[in-house]
Design a protein around this ligand. Sequence first.
Ligand SMILES: [Zn+2]
Ligand SMILES: [Zn+2]
Length: 670
Amino acid sequence: MHLIVTEKDLAAKRIAEILSDGAASAAKVAGANAYRFDSTVVLGLRGHIVKLDFPDGYRDWKTNLHDLIRADVVTVPTHKNIVSGLKRAAKEADRVTIATDFDTEGELIGLEACTIVKSVKDVGVDRVRFSAMTPVEVTRAFQSPAGIDLNLAYSGEARQAVDLIWGAALTRFISTAAKRLGNRFLSAGRVQSPTLALIVDRERVIAQFVAEPYWEVHVDLSKDGETFHAKHQADRFQDKATAAAAMDNIDDTATVLAFAKSERVDAPPKPFNTTEFLAAASALGISASRAMDTAERLYTAGWISYPRTDNTVYPSELDLRVLVGMFTSGPFAENARTLLQKKQLVATRGKKQTTDHPPIYPTMRATQTDLEPQSWKVYELVVRRFFATLSDAARWCTKKATLDSHGERFKATGLELSHQGWRYHYPYARTQERHLPDLDTGEVLAVANKQLVQKETQPPQRWGQGQLIKKMEELGLGTKSTRHEIITKLAQRGYVDVSPLRPTGIACRVTQSLERYAPTITKPEMTRLLEEEMEKVKAGHLSKEFVVVNSRDMLDKVLSTLDERHEEISTALQQGLRDDATVGTCPECGSNLVVRRSKRGGRFVGCSGYPKCTFGLPLPKSGRLRITARKCKQHDMRLIKVQSGKRYWDLGCPQCNYTSWKEKNNGTSA
Ligand SMILES: [Zn+2]
Ligand SMILES: [Zn+2]
């Protein structure tokens, strides 16, 4: 029997379908999902079915951390039913083919499966690799199997070990110091902590930002009944008096001093790698983790190529014309025909070129009825981006005018799209057009309106998920496969509110403590160094043991510094947690309002001045409460979110919430 092992059940189904021409049928092997045809069984794993963990003696959080990080980590099964299914199938197999995803994680999952297989039977194991789940690609891969790339798998294993050791040691240290154990623990980690520090630092810049007022002087001018806008050349006036003087100076007319037209070339975008894809999806309002999930499903079903890739250059083997040709009917027919009219299809190239996977491109034509709405949105984005990368530059006509009104200089600009180019295919990137009529030097125009506008300087904006992922890539934090997961984890741990990314109070406290007493943990340098070492493991220049030992030494030093400052860290964190639990100030006595429990087990916002003060506001019975950093402007109370399961809902300001509840109830009883 020929046993084929894939990373997920869906992939097993798809590969069995392709290899058997649709003749395969579902068949369970022990607890694992499998598909059978002729004398072949295709078995789907569930990603990793084993994990690294500390041996039994080290589970206790009281274990000395210096001992913990030196402990030998062991492999334990996480999906026992699939492990036993794999063993059962392996016993009957005379050939095993690993067909997991083609990347570090996939190679490691393959090696894990291979180890399980070899533990029950000494059988030949080979490996197939492909970047698209299409009949052509899969069949080609099965015609030329190779071996498992051990170095690639080892680099994945080194990462797992290092992340486990760092995560466990730092999390235990921080949680113990804050006296937050059990399910309310505070996590920290090798990639997580520097990423959180980025968000916290950004918030700090925003908080320290002092808005400064400035003034602008605008005029509306008219030509042949058409009005356009011009702004004073001084742009921003720092004081009102100067701006007002300029304003007073303006005449009923303005003379055109100069007018120029030019053309701006707007180059088409680069092919999608994971980071660029996630950034674009996030701009459409799809969170990074949802976008990645959706893209993976689209890949497994054969619609798009493998979505985990750093590459931004299409390989020369990719027949672009054939790919565009798939779309000559269906919803993108117009787009495809436009592109095929070109004599030659030349694609844009990004800066990163790798050989493992191509950039993300569509591998099959779908119509809207083939996919769920969310999947369609992502698929359409991939198709449109692909078209855009093969398209001409867009062209803009820009106009610039300088005008004078009684000695005051004004400037006006116009921007019009003169050639759509790639923007025809990719309507997501919007730039507003601004109309400016053609003007002649020396022409005198009537001033229709003038305005003095007060504005203030704005703080930098909080990051969206896509921007943060780009920043992480720039700093070498995490990998294409893990960056979006890190953000999800930070949200789950109560460290950030997503979209836009905003740290919670405790996130700031933990980061401050680490920055102050063990800055290496929050800086990207150390984790980038480890990433570089892991690249060397991939290339076979370093052993995984060396990397793990080296990172243990690094962590040992970090822990020693933390140990020395244990008291200070503990005090700071506990103070932070208390501040964090404060909802606001009591309107009746001025003490702190905190979340309290009633004798009957209910919860409410109560006054810490109790029993002297009995002020209270109700809270919902169930769900985990999260006191956010934002405040109600009217009551100066912090807004509350309630987590039930994986979802959050906004309770908002507890005072506003109670007032509106009371009004509604009075309404119904009246
Ligand atoms: Zn009170
Ligand atoms: Zn309120």
